[in-house]
Design a protein around this ligand. Sequence first.
Ligand code: NDP
Length: 328
Amino acid sequence: MYEYRIISDDEATLEPLLGKTMAVIGYGNQGRAQALNMRDSGLLVLIGNPRDSYLEKAVADGFEVLSCAEAAARGDVIFLLIPDEAQKALFEEQIAPGLQTGNTLCFAHGYNLYYELIEAPADVDVVMVAPRMIGVAVRDLFLKGSGASAYCAVHQDATGNARAVMLAIAKAIGATRVGSIESSVALETELDLFMEQATWAALMRVLTTTFEVLVEAGFPPEIVCHETWGSHEAAEILEACATTGLFGQMGLHSQTSQYGQLSRSKSVIDETLVERFRERLREIRDGTFAREWEMERLLGYPVFKKLRKQALSHPINEAERKMWKMDK
Ligand code: NDP
């Protein structure tokens, strides 16, 4: 059983980061949000990014922007906030050469640590502060005085101070304002990948099948999209699950609806789902998925490109365009 504890705002202090330089590598979803939140928390933040539109945005937001290598060499805490699959090469070529004893490397997802794709030198701390929110929400919630919960972990404690630095980072981005969870890189990575590869994969299939069966039976495609997700009812139900409970929110539905859901759920998805979900977890834990994804990257993403093309040419896309016109 994985262990965890909830981090409170009171136990975290910014003190370990005062007078230090935060080098945020990448100014995308998480990079921009975390950099702005840390600067608003009173920390010194600079950005490392190649010369492009992201750089212009960082400059417009008032940050000093350097090359990734220069920023990493200047930083005491280096945040790797570029896509996970690009981190290994960038780390080896541009980050590692500038690292100094006592620096901290901070990751927003455990993938490269869990699969040992990035191995930091023994004299630097390695921590993970992984928000459970898209970057825009990390920033918006912070501005509203709240925050986005994060999974936090110490992966390597070279200085004996890594946990204090990890807590300070979580506080600076607003994550300790709500229930953040201190645990391990393994818990965060396995959970995240399982949700993507089992839970959301199954839901995507369920929604696609809903569309295909109803359209085949003569229902207008745009009306099926509207009924299934376009009316926002599905989003409202998920929101109610978060506040009232998965089964608790059922009281918001008619009794006919409740009976239909409860009496039919096991006949539409049978027990073989359990074994398929276990298989997904096995593939995450034994590295099967990670090896497949690395091979994709090396070959230029052939399967990914094909699957994405198929998805974007599915009749659902045309139906949605009609649905959005219908809404106006
Ligand atoms: P983004 O895709 O938004 O990152 C874009 C940034 O990375 C840009 O600054 C881009 O600059 C830079 N970048 C992309 N490729 C490279 C490269 N090869 N070399 C150097 N810089 C590069 O990333 P996210 O913010 O989505 O993800 C960052 C981390 O946060 C990941 O570990 C992710 O798992 C984690 N995370 C993300 C969440 C999200 O909201 N998306 C939620 C929670 C965690 P340029 O184009 O100039 O190369």
